[in-house]
Design a protein around this ligand. Structure first.
Ligand SMILES: [Fe+2]
Ligand SMILES: [Fe+2]
Length: 176
C-alpha cells in the first residue's frame, strides 16, 4: 500500500531494524514527555477552565480575553495530536535507532510552526499575559498559567528542534 504520509514511509523503512538509540537520546525523549508533554496538557485544561470563568465574569470589560477559552480548546486538540504522533510513532523510531527521519521531521517542523502561531495568538489576546490593574485572582492566575505554558512550550520545541531532531537528519539536511 502506498501512502503520501511520511510517517508511514518511515515506518516501512524501519521494519526489521534492531538498532538501539544512544542512551542520551532515550533520556532526552523521556524528559521531553515527562517534563513537557504531560504538563502542557494538564496546564491547558486548567487554563481552559479559568478562561471560561474569566470570560463569563468579565464579558463587559474592555480588556477581557474574549475567545481565549475557544482558542485554548483548539490548541489542546492540535497539541495533543502532535504529541501523540511523537510518542506513538516518532520517538519509538528514534529509540530503535532509525538514522534518517527527514520526512516525519519535516511534518513535525511544520506543526511546530503552527504551535508558534497559536502561541502568538494567545499572546495577543492576553496583551502578552498582562492583566489589568483591577483584575481578579482568577484573571491573574489565568495569565500566569498562560505565560508559564508559553515559556515551557517554547523550550520544549527548542529542545526538539535544536538538539533531538538534528540527530536523526543526514548532515546538511533541510533542518540539520
Ligand atoms: Fe514534543
Ligand atoms: Fe514537537
Amino acid at each position: 500500500m502506498t501512502s503520501p504520509n511520511p510517517f508511514q514511509d518511515a515506518v516501512a523503512l524501519d521494519e526489521g531494524r534492531g538498532a538501539i538509540a544512544p542512551e542520551a537520546d532515550a533520556a532526552l525523549i523521556a524528559r521531553i514527555v515527562e517534563d513537557f508533554h504531560v504538563p502542557h496538557l494538564k496546564d491547558l485544561l486548567e487554563a481552559i477552565d479559568l478562561a471560561r470563568k474569566v470570560e463569563e465574569r468579565h464579558a463587559d470589560h474592555a480588556n477581557a480575553p474574549l475567545g481565549l477559552a475557544e482558542l485554548l480548546t483548539g490548541f489542546f486538540d492540535h497539541l495533543s495530536m502532535h504529541q501523540a504522533k511523537e510518542e506513538a510513532v516518532l520517538f519509538p523510531m528514534m529509540l530503535r535507532g532509525v538514522p534518517d527521519l527527514t520526512g516525519p521531521l519535516t511534518v513535525m517542523h511544520s506543526e511546530h510552526d503552527d504551535v508558534r502561531d497559536d502561541l502568538a495568538r494567545i499572546g495577543e489576546i492576553t496583551h502578552q499575559f498582562t492583566a489589568p490593574e483591577e483584575a481578579c485572582r482568577s484573571w491573574r492566575s489565568l495569565y500566569d498559567l498562560c505565560s508559564k505554558f508559553d515559556r515551557e512550550l517554547r523550550e520544549h520545541i527548542r529542545l526538539e528542534e535544536t538538539i533531538l531532531f538534528p540527530r536523526f537528519l543526514p548532515a546538511g539536511g533541510p533542518h540539520a
